[in-house]
Design a binder for this molecule. Structure first.
Ligand code: IPE
Ligand code: IPE
Ligand code: MG
Ligand code: MG
Ligand code: MG
Length: 302
């Protein structure tokens, strides 16, 4: 099958899965009419504003690679999507990136105020761990839940997103070394992508070697994903992007193009994707979209 047809097939797969993921998120989140309604409405505003759902989709693709039946992969993916959405709500706050537009809608704090947005993020953050802890793991396999909780704690916090976000904010307006830029991107963004692939692999009882491969694959896709995000901030429009472009340069952000230039950023994207494809090919028989999603992510316009 040609690459173009594969991309078409992948797009359809993603569309179908996105709807299933949205239904699962709806099931896992408190209803909008639960007291205190404003908090639950704020959470739902951000969660259902229309994200790509990349992270849950990666959980599914990794689970497929190990023949894992996806029942538990949906709620596990949704837990990571909750952490991701909380990270976006907080990322947009005036104290961080101060953004008005997210997923094509006004940001959470623009509608509900800063205090509510902070608490909506906090609530999503803790709910995610509760979801992972409460899944119906098969008898004798309950320790999988602990492994997923430990992984998410690492990759969302101390070894991942939150520390990356700190260094990102702390580096604003400074001249930074390329290693610091890599640290930022690997932590603030790649971590949750690594965590997603690992979650699918852990659910599928992958051996240590395959778990390492998924970790490496996530690192490559994750770094490429943030470089692409940096490039889109320069080249895209707010209609396409669903967020306001041009913000990185205005805020003096450490981005791949600001440190290395646009050309070098594009080259790096290519070479990361070549390396990622080499690993994804190992899983090609059982989960071919793991390979094709690499081009999908790099060609994206949003
Ligand atoms: C945006 O993530 C923030 C980054 C880590 C680059 P996504 O581009 O996955 O955002 P949504 O979930 O589709 O809105
Ligand atoms: C986001 O990086 C990383 C997060 C952990 C939320 P950015 O600040 O570049 O993400 P966008 O461009 O606002 O989505
Ligand atoms: Mg940011
Ligand atoms: Mg931002
Ligand atoms: Mg960005």
């Amino acid at each position: 099958m040609s690459d173009e047809l594969k991309q078409e097939e992948l797009r359809k797969f993603i569309e179908v899965e996105r709807q299933k993921i949205n239904r699962e998120l709806d099931r896992l989140l408190p209803p909008a009419d639960r007291y205190p309604q404003t908090l639950h409405r704020a959470i739902r505003h951000s969660v259902f504003a229309g994200g790509k759902r990349l992270r849950p989709i990666l959980v599914l693709l990794a689970a497929h690679a190990f023949d894992f039946k996806p029942e538990l992969a949906y709620p596990a993916g949704c837990a990571i999507e909750m952490i991701h959405t909380y990270s976006l709500i907080h990322d947009d706050l005036p104290a961080l990136d101060n953004d008005d537009l997210r997923r094509g809608l006004p940001t959470c704090h623009k509608i509900y105020g800063e205090a509510t947005a902070i608490l909506a993020g906090d609530t999503l953050n803790t709910l995610a761990f509760g979801v992972l802890a409460s899944l119906p793991y098969p008898p004798g396999r309950e320790s999988v839940g602990l492994q997923l909780v430990k992984d998410l704690s690492d990759y969302a916090g101390l070894n991942g997103m939150a520390v990356g976000q700190f260094v990102d904010i702390d580096s604003e307006g400074k001249r930074i070394e390329p290693q610091t830029l890599e640290y930022i991107h690997n932590h603030k963004t790649a971590s949750l992508i690594i965590c997603s692939l690992r979650a699918g692999a852990i659910l599928g009882r992958a051996n240590a070697e395959d778990l390492d491969r998924m970790t490496d694959l996530g690192g490559l896709i994750g770094l490429a994903f943030q470089i692409k995000d940096d490039l889109l901030d320069i080249t895209s429009t707010s209609d396409e992007l669903g967020k306001s472009p041009g913000k990185d340069a205005a805020a003096g952000k450490a981005t791949y193009p600001s440190v290395h230039g646009i050309e070098k950023a594009r080259e790096e994207l290519e070479s990361l994707s070549t390396l990622a494809k080499k690993i994804a090919l190992i899983f090609d028989k059982k989960s071919p979209f793991l390979y094709h999603i690499i081009d999908y992510l790099l060609l994206r316009r949003t």
